[in-house]
Every structure is written in structure tokens, then in C-alpha cells.
Design a protein around this ligand. Structure first.
Ligand code: HAM
Length: 430
């Protein structure tokens, strides 16, 4: 019989690697909490219309990459609902913001999330069909300060702190402004006009983009098209005064906080909802990501809530590709090697199993990490297992049980010591 495997583009995460994932999650929770964020958990599948409206029909994500299916018809209705595994979480968070009337609090909402997303992309290193994002959204009514440039800079400064606390080396922040929802159509029209006479000389992909979504031509990596792309109009020349002023304030606040950045006039990003500030953090070549070097991306949006039937709620957010962050940390060896357990308890003979388990219980309750062997193991096998897993081995033999004095082998010091049971916890902690 053919063996079943994880579906293409998905993968299992196993220990000890999962410890690194948990460490990254904990660091995110810790840092984001310091900036006043709270966690939101939204469903993994949503009504397909949420993404069609919220992310945009013409985006690659919605037009090609979603896992969508018709749900079973309900008894009380004759049409089946179309459902989709979330390809990203900004639309879901804004839906929840509207559904729970968070606007009525009048307060700025600072929400973060950690969880899997699904896109049917061509799998490669750093690109999966089920991948994890750690993201956040800051949104609220305009009077809550949600559209202030201070929020953009705060988010970017928080991300730089997060990456630094994790020890990510050599990250780069690129920023741009894609203008307001009135600047963008003007710019897109100018792009279309500039592309019309030259697009026949471009790659098939870019010819298609020039028709459907000209902004996407700008972040194309097609080497043969770069000269044409460099000659296209720049969004900076189409910004109105308020967008220009907003962008200048973001950059000034980043300067004040000492966060280094580069302005990349071609950074438009692939989702329809962006207005004004957009950004991406990348890591240098050799950080384990190959060509997928965008660690995270995000930007400001205005109009998304209204598109989903809600009140005006400008916001800014980001999503970190957690798979990519983990690959980077591993390649850069930024994190300490796996931690060993405090002790391995080796019962000598199956009659000592109960005593060994009771000792393990006591040690674990006092906060030590402990593994128990088995009385059927020969001493040599216990030593080998203990040396792999733990810093020390505690022998539980007949003599140890009757005398209450345990034999402890310390692997790093290469010493064997007799320790009274009452002193064992403090001995192992030292
Ligand atoms: P995005 O740029 O589509 O933005 O995704 C953010 C990050 O998710 C990327 O920079 C990348 O690290 C990671 N990512 C995307 N696709 C994959 C994949 N197939 N495999 C592995 N990692 C991947 C968003 O999703 C927006 N919702 C971000 C946002 C929040 N903007 C405003 N608020």
C-alpha cells in the first residue's frame, strides 16, 4: 500500500525545532504586549466574499492562490456558501472589528495574531502552501489617532526591536508611500499610459500585469524588464500634499528613534488595500531564504472597513512570515542550541520503576525538567540515553532507595556524586 504523506507545500514541525517556534511566538507576545497590543484569534476559514472584497479580485492571491470550496447546502437555504481558507489575516481582523463594533469603544485597537495562512503558490524554500504569520493591525476611528504618522513609525520601530531581540542580523527596512485612495488611480492611469507603447517588449507575465494590475509590474524581478521599469513614472510624483506630509512625518519619527531605512519608490506590494506607507523587511543573501528574502511586509490602509460594510477605520498593519523568520534564525545561528533536560532518572530493574517515577514527579513539581528511563534498560543503555537528553543522570537502585542517598552523574563535569534525596533539587539546580 502506498504510504500517505503530508500534502505538497505543507510540512510537519517536530521537536526540537518546535521549541524555536515557541520561543519566537513568546518573544512576539512579549514585545507586542509592551507596545499595548492584545491578541486576536479569528477563524481559519471565512466567507470567500471577505477576501474577494477585502484583498481584491485582481490580486494574485484572490485570482489564483486561494483554497476555496462550496460548503454543503444548509437545510434552510438552497444555495451553498462559498468558503475559503484564509490567505492572510488583515481582512479577517477588519471583519471582526466591524462585527464586534469595536469602533464604539472610540479607542484605538491594537491587535496581533499568530497562525497559519494558506496560499496555493509554487512551493520552494521559504514558500509554502500552509505557512505561518505573526501579524498585527492598528485601527480605529480617525479621532482615535489611527491615521497618524506616529502609528506607522511606532509599528516599524516595534518590528525593528522585535528582530533585534531575536538576534536577526543584517535586516533591512524598505519604505515607500503609495499615496491616498485618490492618488493611486491617477498613478495607475499614468502607468498604463507609459506601459502601452513598451509592454510588448516585456515578459509574458509583465504584459499580463500591465493589463490587469500595472502596479505589480513595479515589483517584478524579471531581469530583462528592469530598464523599462526604471523608466516608468514614480508614485512619489503623484502624491498629494497630505500624503507627502504624512510620509515625511513617518521618516522623521524613524530618524528620531534611530531606525535605519531605505526609501524604495518601487515598493507597492501586492494587495489592493494599501494607501500611503508601505514597507518590507528583508534579510541579506545567505540567510537561508534563497530568493524569498522578504521576511515581512505591511502597510497602511484606508477604506478597507467601508469595503466590508463597516465604519471608516483607517489602520496600519504587518505580517511576518514566521517560516522565513525561523529559517533565518537557523541559518544565522542566532539562537542558542537546544537546551538539555536537568536530569535523566535511571531505575535499576523494573522493581524500581515506581520509585523512579515518584522521584521524577517530585523533581518536576519543583520546576526541574526530567526524563525517566526504564528499569529494563542495562546501565550502559541508560547512560547513553541520559547523555543525549540531559545534563545529569540520577541512579535509582536498591541501595539508593533504602539509604535515601542518590548517585548523580554530571556529564559536563564527568563526576559522580552521592547526594541525599532532600538536597537533590538544589544540587540539580546548581
Ligand atoms: P504579505 O506580504 O502577503 O502581506 O505577507 C506577509 C509575509 O508573509 C511575507 O513577507 C512573507 O514573509 C510571508 N509569506 C507570504 N506568503 C508566503 C508563503 N507562501 N510561504 C511562506 N511565507 C509567506 C500580508 O499578508 C498582509 N496581510 C500584511 C498586512 C497586515 N498588511 C497590513 N496589515
Amino acid at each position: 500500500m502506498a504510504t500517505l504523506k503530508a500534502v505538497r507545500g505543507t510540512r510537519d514541525l517536530l521537536p526540537p525545532e518546535t521549541a524555536l517556534w515557541n520561543y519566537v511566538d513568546e518573544t512576539a507576545r512579549d514585545v507586542f504586549t509592551r507596545y499595548g497590543f492584545g491578541e486576536i484569534r479569528t477563524p481559519i476559514f471565512e466567507d470567500t466574499a471577505l477576501f474577494a472584497r477585502g484583498v481584491g479580485e485582481e490580486t494574485d492571491i484572490v485570482s489564483k492562490e486561494m483554497y476555496t470550496w462550496q460548503d454543503r447546502t444548509r437545510a434552510d437555504s438552497d444555495s451553498a456558501q462559498s468558503l475559503t481558507l484564509r490567505p492572510e489575516n488583515t481582512a479577517g481582523v477588519v471583519r471582526a472589528y466591524i462585527e464586534h463594533k469595536l469602533a464604539d469603544t472610540g479607542m484605538l485597537q491594537k491587535l496581533f495574531y499568530i497562525g497559519p495562512q494558506f496560499r496555493r503558490e509554487r512551493p520552494q524554500r521559504g514558500r509554502y502552501r500552509q505557512f505561518w504569520q505573526i501579524g498585527a493591525e492598528v485601527l480605529g476611528p480617525a479621532w482615535s489617532g489611527a491615521d497618524s504618522a506616529l502609528r506607522d513609525a511606532e509599528v516599524l520601530e516595534m518590528l525593528s526591536t522585535f528582530l533585534n531581540e531575536l538576534g536577526v542580523k543584517g535586516w533591512k527596512l524598505e519604505v515607500n508611500s503609495v499615496g491616498s485612495s485618490t492618488d493611486r488611480p491617477k498613478y495607475i492611469a499614468a502607468l498604463r499610459e507609459a506601459l502601452a507603447p513598451v509592454k510588448d517588449r516585456m515578459s509574458a507575465d509583465n504584459q499580463r500585469r500591465a493589463e490587469t494590475n500595472p502596479l505589480r509590474v513595479l515589483d517584478s524581478k524579471d531581469a530583462g524588464d528592469q530598464e523599462i521599469i526604471d523608466g516608468l513614472p514614480k508614485i512619489a510624483d503623484f502624491l498629494d500634499e497630505t500624503s507627502k506630509e504624512h510620509f515625511a512625518q513617518v521618516l522623521a519619527a524613524l530618524d528620531a528613534c534611530g531606525v535605519a531605512y531605505t526609501v524604495n519608490p518601487r515598493l507597492v506590494r501586492g494587495l489592493d488595500y494599501y494607501t500611503r506607507t508601505t514597507f518590507e523587511f528583508t534579510v541579506p543573501d545567505g540567510s537561508g531564504l534563497g530568493t524569498q528574502n522578504a521576511l515581512l511586509g505591511g502597510g497602511r490602509y484606508d477604506g478597507l472597513s467601508e469595503l466590508l460594510g463597516g465604519p471608516k477605520a483607517p489602520g496600519i498593519g504587518f505580517a511576518i512570515g514566521e517560516d522565513r523568520l525561523i529559517l533565518t534564525l537557523q541559518a544565522q545561528e542566532a539562537v542558542a542550541k537546544e537546551q538539555k533536560l536537568d536530569a535523566f532518572i535511571a531505575p535499576m530493574g523494573v522493581e524500581r520503576n515506581a520509585a523512579a517515577l515518584a522521584l521524577a514527579q517530585e523533581l518536576r513539581q519543583s520546576g526541574l525538567s526530567v526524563e525517566v528511563g526504564d528499569g529494563s534498560f542495562r546501565l550502559k543503555k541508560s547512560f547513553e540515553a541520559a547523555d543525549k537528553l540531559a545534563r545529569t543522570m540520577v541512579i535509582v537502585g536498591e541501595e539508593e532507595v533504602s539509604s535515601g542517598i542518590l548517585t548523580v552523574k554530571d556529564f559536563s563535569a564527568g563526576e559522580q556524586t552521592k547526594v541525599p534525596r532532600a538536597e537533590l533539587v538544589s544540587f540539580l539546580r546548581a
